[in-house]
Ligand binder design. Sequence first.
Ligand code: SAM
Length: 249
Amino acid sequence: MEQYFVKNVISGNSFAIDDPETFKHVAKVMRHKNGDVVYLVDTNEKLYAATITKIDVDNSQILTAVELVDSPSTEMPVAVTVACSLSKKDKIEWITQKSTELGATTIVFFDSKYSIMKWKKNVVEKKLARLQEIAKNAAQQSKRRIIPEVIYVDNLQDLLKYKAEANLVAYEESAKQGEISRLVQTLDETPKSVLCAFGPEGGFAPDEIDFLNQADFLSVGLGPRIMRAETAPMYFLSVLSYKYELTVK
Ligand code: SAM
């Protein structure tokens, strides 16, 4: 089942797909024909089955007959922000794709003391556009109802703008000291939104942890093993899915 996001609210029983990229994918890449069905998610996060009625090549439009699909949302019941320290291009792209598959609502990249990569101001827009495209493709592929927003901040102070109801910092030193209960306690309180910050390969500097702790970020351990910078957010997102989305019937 192919899914596409549309930038409109779908109402009534017909819809014209006119976004050039979606048109190209449906008509030229997938070579769909009249009668084929694709799935559309509108800006109200509603899912529709769209049966193609006409492929209008002259106007680059695909006309469809739409029907609301009454299936449960694929979104986590809690809004999750993963805030990751900047790293190499392939790693941040991987983090963006996998965090989207695992249900993140917002993905923030931030510059920190031991980040090995720095973004110059003039490249930020282009890099974010590429990451946003990766998030969109991953969201379509994993049947999300939203496309996570990808954000960049060049300092920890600006990260505070994205604070959630519960704010955590995954701290390797906490893990080394055997801290195993704060994440469990936080999630047991079922916050509506949660943010967790992750350090770079070199870890967080102590003054960065002090700063975040003073801003009400709780230092948490994520188990006894120290994970790579890109693995830790995936562990965190998987824990949230286990906690809030799985159950014994
Ligand atoms: N250089 C650090 C060291 O040798 O202790 C390890 C940093 S780790 C590769 C990168 C980031 O992943 C950390 O800053 C932290 O945010 C997160 N992380 C990895 N494993 C963790 C764990 N078991 N508990 C908490 N955070 C962890």
